[in-house]
Write a protein that binds this ligand. Sequence first.
Ligand code: BGC
Length: 460
Amino acid sequence: YVSFIVTLFFSVYMFSLVYLILKYPETRWSWDKEREKIKLPDSFIWGTATASHQVEGGCTNNNWFKWESCKDKGGKPRIKDGQEAGDACNHWNLYKEDIELIKDLGVNHYRFSLEWSKIEPTRGSYSQSALDHYSNVIDELIKSDVVPVLTLHHFTNPIWFDDLGGFEVEDNIEIFESFSEKVFSEFSDRVKIWCTINEPAVYSVMGYFQGVFPPGRKNPQLATEVMKNLLVAHTRVYSKLKALPNGESSRIGLVKNIMQFDPYRRWNLMDWMACRISSSIYNEITLSYLNDGEISVNYPGFVSLKYTDKEAAGKTDFFGLNYYSHVHLKFKINGTDFFENKYLESDTMTDMPYAIYPEGLYRAIKLVETLDKPIIITENGIADDKDDRRELFIERYIYAMGRAIKEGSKVEGYFYWSLMDNFEWAEGYDMKFGLYSVDFKTQKRKLRRGSKAFVDLVKS
Ligand code: BGC
């Protein structure tokens, strides 16, 4: 009897392992071999991206402004070394000069976000001067032959919206819908590509599970509900905007960060379990919601949520793919966490805790193309203060994208994150993602040596 049980257990274990190993290979290419040349269509979208709170300066009416002056229970500042966004890159005032810098890169698109807290400083009342500002930025871009791409929500909420419970409350979605309709009516005559929500999973996991973004909660169930509300907000906004003048001729899409989770020990089923749970919550919920209007997760004692709206299926004109990170998970119970992030000795790390893994972008493209929507890479970039890995990063990630395109993936564009160094959320100003470095005392921008690889690729 005992030997039967042992044999059965062993067989199930081995069968599951073989199944997982074959279904989720950790693709690795040999980079020393000569690589095939990749040709991209002339219509390819090349761009660079920023977000309001990270670059504009003067964002004093949103949840991040409040968060930056908070301390945690142990008295530690929320942002590394107590840094604050403050004047950031003063992009609000220097946008004309910055558009010159965008042109110098040779790109034809610029993705940036509208700061909701500046446009709607109190509920229902809109600031004409803020609307005029964004209108001027749009005109300046068009005058410079750079196509504007707008993001409606990039992590920041007006303080008054958070005071109402923010995206924790499903009923609050309609407040965001009204804001979206207002700005769409103002700008859709000139802006044809719209991103609704930037990274629902990052907003909810960082703010409600890891507690390092506002509001600093650590509750996996709430995190999943907030993510669901953000996805619902996306599809509701999509329908509302489509019904407005210019709606049908505009392209409206969700922006989603895909994170690759691979087991630290490929022979260990517990590591695989940690990866499958993480990927299903972080990545796959979004895909199934956009695919068939279903969200269904059930991990007893951890997270359980079921939501269905068949009408939501297919409501995105493109999939905005952000790609940065690849981690290996090792099973380990620690409070609400059931794994730890590990990196391999062979990994080349960026300054963020992300390994350079271009094959991960290729895998992410293959994953999201199951949706059968055009893909636009809305963010990809490296934090590299020494600027000794940027060139390699750019060449290899763009090669990985090109390889997927060559194999038939419908990737229509690539936006490098970011135009210039900026306020990197909980990390403050320490992370240098910019194609241009910024001296925050003088506001001088300078093209980094490693960024020339991007300029050359775009030009060629
Ligand atoms: C966000 C950006 C951020 C970047 C680099 C993305 O998740 O959209 O705002 O700066 O990652 O960490």
